[in-house]
Design a protein around this ligand. Structure first.
Ligand code: A3P
Ligand code: MG
Length: 358
């Protein structure tokens, strides 16, 4: 008899040890399987195995993977936009009026693109907050699986994964920017956009032109497939402005920069941001500044803001405030977007819109 009345049987000890080993093996192989399903077999060059998987409430997400899925979503949404336009069955409706009394339009291009883009992102990243322009019909779900492949151009620019807590992320989807122009068959203005904000700051943006199949993407402190032009005219800038929600923008621009300034009316906030960059697409006009004075929604501007920021440019309200991409859907203070210019000097030059009543 052993002391305390416990007798250890050699067979019992052996069984216990074997069981322990089995439990350890199970846990370890589950961990490995989790890693591979997270990063996609074979697509990860080295960095993934070293990156720890943090276990926060909603877990973490890798921004590089989010970029890959965002590009895919913008392209797939764009395919729907093009297909509907080419079918000529737009089923155009008005969702109501903007504050200025214009029709806030929606077509089946918006709805079908929204569905594709939303479910692609939601299926790949179930724990992140996604805000989309159009209503998502929960009874019409579509499970679209991402194949976990990160495209080569992204891997080339962004060498390692970038993990952030899922709860810090807000995704903004614009399934069809320039809907007004889409209904007028002005195809060059149309884009699909995805933006990822972390703690309200825009960190990655994708702007895709479905009719010329051009895609621009950028990640702040990451990389991009698009760049700024080499020169901009700060003194008498060419200013790109809205053609269908313009408000008093022309007066504001001419008053600030003089009558020599060229105003370029154009549709779509995505198109107008691309006008500031070095974009190879032939249908793209070029401008030095983008100004907007009426109310605008965050899904219209977040992707452009992220891309400009990643390339060293700025998008702020007209009084120079940064825009936070959490909370409410819209912003009141207008927009000023510039790159390779003294943005704060431009803000000081603009009239105080509240005082002038624009
Ligand atoms: N005053 C306003 N109220 C609501 N939406 C506005 C707006 N001004 C611009 N927008 C939206 O911002 C996008 C770019 O506008 P614009 O082409 O006039 O520059 C368009 O998005 P959608 O086409 O996605 O609806 C447009 O509807
Ligand atoms: Mg839209």
């Amino acid at each position: 008899m052993a002391p305390m009345g416990i007798r250890l049987s050699p067979l019992g000890v052996a069984v216990f040890c074997l069981l322990g080993l089995g439990v350890l093996y199970h846990l370890y192989s589950g961990f490995l399987a989790g890693r591979f399903s997270l990063f996609g077999l074979g697509s990860e060059p080295g960095g993934a195995a070293a990156a720890p998987v943090a276990v926060a409430d909603g877990g973490t997400v890798d921004l590089r993977e989010m970029l890959a899925v965002s590009v895919l979503a913008a392209v797939r949404g764009g395919d729907e936009v093009r297909r509907v336009r080419e079918s000529n069955v737009l089923e155009e409706k008005s969702k109501g009026k903007t504050r200025e009394g214009a029709d806030d339009k929606m077509t089946s291009g918006d709805v079908l693109s929204n569905r594709k883009m939303y479910y692609l992102l939601k299926t790949a990243f179930p724990n992140v907050q996604i805000n989309t322009e159009e209503h998502v019909d929960a009874t019409d779900q579509e499970v679209i699986l991402w194949d976990h492949k990160i495209p080569e151009d992204i891997l080339k620019e962004i060498a390692t994964p970038k993990e952030v807590p899922a709860e810090s992320v807000t995704v903004w989807i614009d399934p069809l920017d320039a809907t007004q122009e889409y209904t007028e068959d002005l195809r060059k203005y149309v884009t699909t956009m995805v933006c990822v904000a972390v703690n309200g700051k825009p960190v990655l943006g994708v702007i895709h032109k479905p009719f010329s199949e051009y895609t621009a993407w950028a990640m702040v402190d990451g990389g991009s497939n698009v760049k700024a032009r080499t020169a901009y005219n700060e003194k008498t800038p060419r200013i790109v402005v809205s053609r269908s929600h313009s408000g008093m923008v022309k007066q504001v621009a001419l008053q600030t920069f003089g009558n020599q300034t060229t105003i370029i009316p154009a549709g779509g906030a995505g198109y107008k941001v691309l006008a500031l960059l070095d974009v190879p697409d032939k249908s793209q006009e070029k401008a030095d500044l983008y100004i907007h004075v009426t109310y605008i929604k965050k899904w219209d501007i977040c992707a452009g803001n992220a891309i400009l920021k990643a390339l060293g440019g700025h998008m702020t309200t007209l009084s120079g405030e940064e825009i936070s991409y959490t909370g409410s859907d819209g912003i009141e203070g207008g927009l000023l977007a510039s790159i390779r210019m003294n943005h704060q000097a431009l803000v000081r030059k603009l009239p105080d819109l509240e005082k002038t009543g624009h």
